[in-house]
Ligand binder design. Sequence first.
Ligand SMILES: Nc1ncnc2c1ncn2[C@@H]1O[C@H](COP(=O)(O)OP(=O)(O)OP(=O)(O)O)[C@@H](O)[C@H]1O
Length: 331
Amino acid sequence: MSDESPAIEVRDLVKIYSGHTAVSKISFTVARGEILGFLGPNGAGKSTTMRILTGYLPATAGEVNVCGVPVASRSSEIKKLIGYMPENNPLPEDMRVSEYLHYRGRLKEIPRRKLGPRIDEVLELCDLTRVRHRIIGKLSKGFRQRVGIAEAILAEPPVIIMDEPTIGLDPHQILIVRDLIASLRGRMTVIISSHILPEIEMTCDRVLIINQGRVVAAGKPSDLRREVFGQARYILEIAGDITLLPAALTSVEPTLSINESGEPDAAGFRKLTLTTDRADDIGEPLLHALATDSRFRVRSLGRSQPSLEDVFLAATKRGWETVDAPVTPSK
Ligand SMILES: Nc1ncnc2c1ncn2[C@@H]1O[C@H](COP(=O)(O)OP(=O)(O)OP(=O)(O)O)[C@@H](O)[C@H]1O
């Protein structure tokens, strides 16, 4: 294991299940200490990729290294480097929480004298201390998910992989799990898959969007917005003769385009969308130009950020278009 190598390196990964291509030449790298969100619609290939990374499923082609160790040839070493919480987080129903963690800790070869204090520590971190003597099968879904996370981080592996860690949780439980994952930032490398976009946005440093086994977008949420939309949008509520608006505003920013949405309200205000290629915030000069122009009255001006959900939809659509594009027969 080399300390300089990235936590995860995936090169041209392919997985074909009896003729069906689930993962099609995926490549990506995850730096040490980074939290990566893995997003994609159902069947995109997220679980397949995660299972290959953890050494539970062989790849058809391509290369995966975890902390510099090749998964294909040294899968038993890989299992020590990764804490894995699989989809649906299967747990033994009849074991008590601390008993289960003790059993898993012994399997992970944590020395006996260290195991007790470490279990206390993860129970505290995962807010499980008060249920440590309870039977797992009797716990709520939120507690069970946290037992899964406690198990994954127990041996302090450098990499944690969680497949849909918040699926089926209520908003309060999601908040607890999100904080727990965020508390690992910088200490461990984390990959989480999810359909819940705001959650990924709040927790992850970087996002990888996959669709039909291919990477369709990758980057920080803010960079993805720029890459996918390439523009900034402002929402303006204004009264006055809006036919005069382009001349008044393009002097502030020549790339500005103005779209009207709907009729004016009872007070005469209309909502307009202003779009510009400028990435930096030009809200203040726009507002200044309008406030000093007696032909207009302004009620509000705000920058509108496309959500990660917009990015996700745009990126996955782009992926489908690429994949489904009609093939021109070669002559
Ligand atoms: N064991 C298997 N045998 C055959 N096909 C499979 C197998 N496992 C998954 N697939 C197929 O591979 C594709 C990718 O599945 P995968 O479970 O990796 O996607 P996913 O992105 O994790 O989706 P979900 O969010 O629904 O779990 C799907 O078309 C799925 O039907």
